[in-house]
Design a binder for this molecule. Structure first.
Ligand code: HEM
Ligand code: HEM
Length: 235
């Protein structure tokens, strides 16, 4: 969709940075000032049903999609070109992201059904608990809708243009917004909603994702030193 120039510049050139700043500063401030609210807010104690299936499908799917976005969009261009052609790059995103996206979509649909139609969970849900799952549902639906669109031009040219846009945001390229001017609205809306999810995350249970990533630090933790009380040596 072709947007008026200044609107396109704001939405794709400035808005992403507003969202990223709120995400980083907002998360830091919340961690510092509201440490006891920093949690995934498990609802298992209220109702176990549908949780295992919905949450597992959603989390396995969405983690593959998010890791795929990081690897596929942020890998340096020369490295990608050395590994594969633009067509293969696009095909990889479509197939792996598409399958994982559908799995996550089924999972989040189950979670939404559980949250809206189970009385105790509904009564214990804040407005943001409902809003965030609906936003993720819509984001996955838009993402999946890009797959048949992308299949219509398998030369990989538009895909590489979108990759260049995402890298341009990360690398602070000026005039970057022009890269998404005129691409189909499904991609534009997906990108905008993606950044909006970043924007609202510090105010929701989404902060638990930082902890999920932070848990990786366990792999690199130093050995535990255990001293026997009153003993001389280490054991
Ligand atoms: C990084 C690893 C992650 C871990 C360890 C993790 C863990 C959890 C846990 C323990 C819950 C609570 C489930 C329950 O009700 O008992 C939860 C819920 C949730 N997670 Fe994650 N999560 C991770 C990544 C993600 C990602 C990447 C997203 C989205 C992009 C996400 C979105 C959600 C949402 C929306 C809920 C609430 C679902 C509902 O309405 O019941 N999580 N997560
Ligand atoms: C600012 C954040 C995001 C940006 C810039 C972004 C960008 C994109 C783009 C450009 C595509 C099309 C790729 C193609 O042409 O094949 C895409 C696809 C997709 N996106 Fe996102 N996205 C973001 C966040 C998310 C999130 C949070 C989710 C999941 C909740 C998601 C789920 C998907 C899915 C399922 C697809 C289709 C399969 C694929 O190509 O990976 N995206 N995304």
């Amino acid at each position: 969709m072709t947007l008026p120039g200044p609107l396109n510049d704001f939405l794709f050139g400035i808005y992403p940075y507003i969202c990223l700043v709120v995400l980083l500063l907002g998360s830091l401030i919340r961690f510092d000032r509201e440490p006891y609210s920093w949690k995934s807010d498990s609802s298992q104690v209220l109702h176990n049903g549908e949780l295992k299936l919905g949450s597992n499908l959603f989390h396995y799917g969405v983690i593959v999609v998010v890791l795929g976005h990081f690897a596929g969009f942020l890998m340096p261009e020369p490295l990608v070109m050395w590994l594969m052609s633009p067509t293969q790059h696009q095909l990889l995103a479509m197939v792996i992201g598409g399958i994982a996206g559908v799995i996550a979509f089924i999972g989040v649909s189950i979670l939404i059904h559980r949250r809206l139609y189970h009385r105790r969970i509904r009564a214990n849900s804040r407005r943001w608990d409902i809003a965030i799952v609906v936003m993720l549902w819509l984001q996955l639906a838009l993402g999946i809708a890009t797959v048949p669109l992308s299949a219509q031009h398998m030369d990989g040219a538009m895909f590489e243009q979108l990759v260049a846009y995402v890298q341009g945001v990360v690398l602070f390229h000026s005039g970057n917004a022009a890269l998404v001017q005129g691409v189909p609205w499904v991609y534009q809306l997906h990108i905008l909603l993606g950044f909006t999810i970043f924007l609202v995350s510090p105010f929701t249970r989404m902060v638990h994702i930082w902890s999920g990533v932070g848990a990786l630090a366990y792999v690199f933790r130093p050995y535990q030193l255990v001293r026997r009380r009153g003993g001389s040596g280490n054991s």
